[in-house]
Design a protein around this ligand. Structure first.
Ligand code: SF4
Length: 82
């Protein structure tokens, strides 16, 4: 089964809100520093500087669309195979 690793560089994020608007199932602006993060459901790591998550295949278009629309290229999506 294909899954996708999603990495948000929160140091780069300018909290524009595009990622949570385009893909609210995966992204939200954190209550910690106001920057984008992967929601708890899919999160595997969260710091001030980075948020990492793993999402199922059906959310690929969602996270890819947000990554492609991020004005500072703060979101990276990578395929994971097990
Ligand atoms: S689109 Fe980019 S800059 Fe905007 S909230 Fe998402 S990660 Fe941050």
């Amino acid at each position: 089964m294909v899954k996708y690793k999603v990495t948000v560089n929160r140091s780069l994020c300018i909290a524009c809100g595009v990622a949570p608007a385009l893909c609210p199932k995966v992204f939200e602006l954190g209550s910690d520093n106001g920057k984008n993060k992967v929601v708890d459901t899919y999160s595997i790591k969260l710091t001030d500087e980075v948020s990492v998550g793993v999402v199922p295949e059906e959310l690929y278009q969602c996270v890819k669309g947000a990554a492609d629309s991020c004005p500072v290229n703060a979101i990276v999506v990578e395929e994971l195979r097990d």
